[in-house]
Design a binder for this molecule. Sequence first.
Ligand code: DC
Length: 230
Amino acid sequence: MQKLTITIDGWSSCGKSTLAKQLAKKLGYVYIDSGAMYRAITLYFLRNHVDWTDINEVKEALQQIELEFLFNPKSDQSEILLNGENVEFVIRDLVVAEKVSEIATIREVRDFAVAQQRKMGRKKGIVMDGRDIGTVVFPDAELKIFMTADNAIRVQRRYNELYEKNPNITLEEVKTNLELRDFIDSNREISPLRQADDARLLDNSNISEAEQLKIALNWVDETLHVKRKT
Ligand code: DC
């Protein structure tokens, strides 16, 4: 059976990781959350008081960082390790979310993350989600999906997610963070968020998770069919 490289890019909180995980599970592929890598780097910088406006400090810090994904049968998903420590939970915190987009604009940080992402994808059979996966990391991927959803819906979804961990969080805080991240991610100089010319657009504002999975699986079938004929 031929295996594909599937990329899922899009705006913050529009359900990329939900779809990516479900697709990977259904197809027996490996799911890689590239955003978790930028979040783990951010966590390291924050914990170690790295001045990320000083490029030498950034380079030095990156040399101290080892990232790895490990499958956790309990949560039934792969989780990110930062220098051996499982940080999957703590990187979702708003403290990290507030800084991650800024840190992800730094060339050295991106080069560091992208090199590892490409290595992970060498064998195909992967679903990777992020912002630049179809445009920069795997421009030759066979199936590229670009996801979007209404702003208000995205804010509500992220709020519900964060509220479970921190009931003090407000909708306004979540909205501000989401809009700021979208702005930085799509306006940065290096690898800005944009839909690849050959990506398929998936707007999930008004469809269920089951429906979006069905759409994506149809695209997988189509792509495999075309591949078999060529
Ligand atoms: O997918 P996420 O929300 O966990 O990503 C967190 C941040 O990381 C996002 O705001 C921008 C950055 N990011 C990136 O620049 N490129 C990627 N491929 C993935 C994430």
